[in-house]
Design a protein around this ligand. Structure first.
Ligand SMILES: C[S@@+](CC[C@H](N)C(=O)[O-])C[C@H]1O[C@@H](n2cnc3c(N)ncnc32)[C@H](O)[C@@H]1O
Length: 170
């Protein structure tokens, strides 16, 4: 079983058997925005915690689907909310809609090309409201379940966890 933690930094996921990062302490030292020097079907799982927002997300999805074995899993955690938009190291700003867009599943007319053989299996949101909205935070947090795009977009801070599965070849 090979589980890669991409962009592991100094805080590798305990599920990971191998780490990837730009620094030399990682098991694999390479730039995730370039072609990954890993064989097809190399990994059973990939975890990406607070790194995809620093990268070209389309490239990450393509390379993950190539490197994952059919049936393998990809778990991505990205920050949500207003606070993340002030971080100049972020290349793009995830929203709830990003979950489907990343796998090319958003809709017929807003489709990324090329599609990737990854199916979105789950989205978990964890958002918080600070400042003047703090007293209403529990209520607004509940809105996340009923009105996720609005609530996650208005949150001050938060996280979205995305779970994808590599499709089986025909
Ligand atoms: C915000 S840190 C997250 C670290 C860790 N996953 C965590 O959650 O604590 C982002 C990590 O991604 C790595 N990283 C950023 N861009 C990268 C790239 N193009 N290729 C490889 N690693 C990259 C950085 O070196 C850093 O270790």
């Amino acid at each position: 079983m090979t589980v890669l933690d991409i962009g592991a930094g100094q805080n590798p996921d305990p599920r990971a058997t191998e780490t990837v990062d730009l620094h030399a302490d990682a098991d694999h030292e390479f730039d995730l925005n370039e072609d990954w020097p890993l064989d097809d079907d190399y990994a059973t799982g990939i975890t990406a915690h607070h790194v995809v927002e620093h990268l070209d997300p389309h490239h990450v999805m393509q390379e993950s689907s190539r490197v994952l074995q059919p049936g393998g899993w990809l778990k991505i955690t990205v920050p949500l909310g207003i606070a993340q938009r002030t971080d100049p190291t972020h290349e793009w700003f995830p929203t709830v809609e990003s979950a489907e867009v990343l796998a090319g599943e958003f809709s017929e007319d807003r489709h990324w090309d090329p599609d990737v053989p990854l199916t979105l299996e789950g989205v978990t949101l964890d958002v918080g409201f600070l400042g003047p909205l703090t007293p209403l935070s529990p209520l607004l947090q509940a809105c996340t379940y009923w009105w996720p795009v609005w609530a996650a977009d208005k949150a001050d801070r938060g996280e979205m966890r995305l779970h994808y599965r590599r499709e089986h070849d025909d």
